[in-house]
Ligand binder design. Structure first.
Ligand code: GAR
Length: 212
């Protein structure tokens, strides 16, 4: 995993997001804490007016809009290379997807091997894909939650780093359940980044093990 060059070295994060960016905000807040072992160096969005870019500007961090091209669920190959170049130019060591609503292809993943993580609003492997909290509610699950995982070539299928569960209440709507899930997302995403930055994870096949 990551190898801090010195105790002072902070892992350089690049955050990609398409929307409101509350998970990015949780990372920004964590990085602002003294002693947190990571810093965000750039926030990139495929949506020009996404709130996540405002959060970047407000925090004094570079906000970059990179137009996604003609596809709806992925980036055009040359655009994907532009994302890779932008991240590399800024010395990004870990890419954090925070509500980035496009699938990243092999070329991107090869540029950052085991260095792309994602926050997903369900207890994977249940409910991959879109609006997973709503999938859980509609299915009748009694427990929902969220997962931070390494990104592989599949959809929401990479090795799991941290998970948290929340109850599904009889009174829940999709909105109230998502709000409860997001409270846990905002807690476990910084936790996962810290574990990586402190080189405390070992990937063995599908299992991500913690070492003390
Ligand atoms: C979060 O709930 C995140 O887990 C989800 O989108 C939301 C983004 O919220 N991501 C996915 O569904 C990815 N498959 P945010 O912009 O406020 O962080």
């Amino acid at each position: 995993m990551s190898q801090p060059v010195s105790p002072q070295h902070k892992l350089r994060l690049g955050v990609l997001g398409s929307g409101s960016g509350t998970n990015c905000q949780a990372l920004l807040d964590a990085c602002a804490q003294p002693g947190f072992p990571a810093e965000i160096v750039v926030i990139i969005s495929d949506v020009e007016n996404a709130k996540i870019l405002d959060r970047a500007r407000q925090a004094g961090i570079e906000a970059l809009y990179l137009a996604p091209g003609k596809f709806r669920t992925k980036l055009e190959p040359d655009v994907e290379q532009r994302y890779v170049a932008a991240l590399r130019e800024r010395g990004v060591e870990l890419v954090c997807l925070a509500g980035f609503m496009r699938v990243l292809k092999d070329d991107f993943l090869k540029a950052f091997p085991s260095r792309v993580i994602n926050i997903h609003p369900a207890l994977l492997p249940a409910f991959p894909g879109l609006q997973s909290w709503k999938q859980a509610l509609d299915y009748g699950a009694k427990v929902a939650g969220c997962t931070v995982h390494f990104v592989d070539a599949g959809v929401d299928s990479g090795p799991i780093i941290v998970q948290a569960a929340v109850p599904v209440l009889d009174s829940d709507t999709a909105q109230t359940l998502h709000a409860r899930v997001q409270i846990e997302e905002h807690r476990i995403y910084p936790e996962a980044v810290r574990l990586i930055a402190e080189s405390r994870l070992v990937i063995e096949g599908r299992r991500v093990l913690r070492r003390e």
